[in-house]
Design a protein around this ligand. Sequence first.
Ligand SMILES: [Zn+2]
Length: 501
Amino acid sequence: MTAFATFGDPARFEIAVRWIDDTEPRERRPRNGGWSAGEVRLTIRHQVITRYNRNDTFTDAIAWYLLPLFEWFADNWVALLHEERFAWAENSAAPAAIAASMALRRTIDAEDTAGQETYAAVQGWWSRHALRAADSSALYPDMMIRRLSDDIEISWTARQPSFPPDGYRLALAPGAATLGVKDVAEPLWEALAWVGVNAPTANAEDRASVAALEQKLARLRDVPLSALESGYLATGLAERVASVRTMCGLPDTSTRMQSVPAITKFDDAVLMFGGVRPDLGSADIEALAWFLSSCKGGSEQMALSILVDPGVGAPLTAPFDEGYDLAEALLEQLGLPGDATAIDIRRILSDLGVTVEEIRLQTTTIRGVALAGVDYRPSILLNMTSRYNALPVGQRFTLAHELFHILYDRGRARRLAHVSGAWACPGVEKRANAFAAMLLMPRDLVRRSLPETLITPDAVARAANIMQVSISALVEHLYNIGNIDECERDELREQFRAVKV
Ligand SMILES: [Zn+2]
């Protein structure tokens, strides 16, 4: 047995590994990596994810053959650290460990071809990101690693392995953390390098398996920046984005770690196109790249800077509550609503120096785009072909939604290049929607325009008209702030269904 080699910081992410003596005769060990009996311990924010209880004894490290785990890290390196987007339409704001498990359960029994294709896509995504995909014979926790903008999201459930030995139970509580790319990539890479140097191989076949792992690492070490960016962008989009970037004279500003093949900060165009549908037309790609290029070189006003809060972080817990809370805090800071009858969102944006432009993209799946941060003139682009923006009330909602991104979604690199719509990260979008609802319909305004005793369809329609919001947005908001119950909401929904607002 060797001492643990530890990589990383347990306050963020640490992987600890060591080799152990194997009492199994060689012929009963797995063919692949039968030499690699060892222990692995994973710690995230001081929580030991690999901790388990066996017959009332707690152990922190899982003992098994470690080669398949390291091979999996190497084989899926680019996706693990650069792929954010799910391979299926995801509506929930849940972190990957939950979203992917739910998607597998939803699609596993699909009988039609489309359903089976979706299942295969979910399964493929799972195999690139779920630790359990590394080795089905190991008793690893149900943990997933994926990219989230310029962070790494690690999430885990408390789900036990399918066939645990008697008295075995993983001790972890479900959770999620977002960490810096460097905090995760560096320790993993060092642990992979450690295998090659320290492997207790016994014969030529063992040594060949280590050499194969080292070859994978050597290939990764030389992987071009564009291949790492491709991990973030949908298939086929990376080349098209690279070519419009050249056309618009935008340099590739992705930042790669020096000794580890991982991008710590994505180029703004890459970040922006990470939120579009994979088959976005060339005209739209060009239009968005030109918009990005036109906002470069600007700066933001102090009135905006003082409201920006980079500490809000990823929406891992309660996106809805966070959106509401942040809107109420902003209203207070701005002294709104005062005695106004409606929130003048265009005025707020103009006072903060945020410019608003309109465009008619071919795609209707993009609702708006927001750009802000170092070296940018803060700007919002409204896509007028999106059904959300067909009416002024919808445009107001989109503007408030984009303001959320500008103030609170700048991320680690302190800048924002975000496309809103059906292909954006659902948690991020839900939080911005909740914010928009509360910003445009503060409790004071709701009280004034709709006294609680008078919640009839006519009164709701009148109040929506006064606040300049859509009736459907108001109905949902009334339910969310507790002014109506589920039954009343469903009745109002029914009443207004024919009116189509
Ligand atoms: Zn958005």
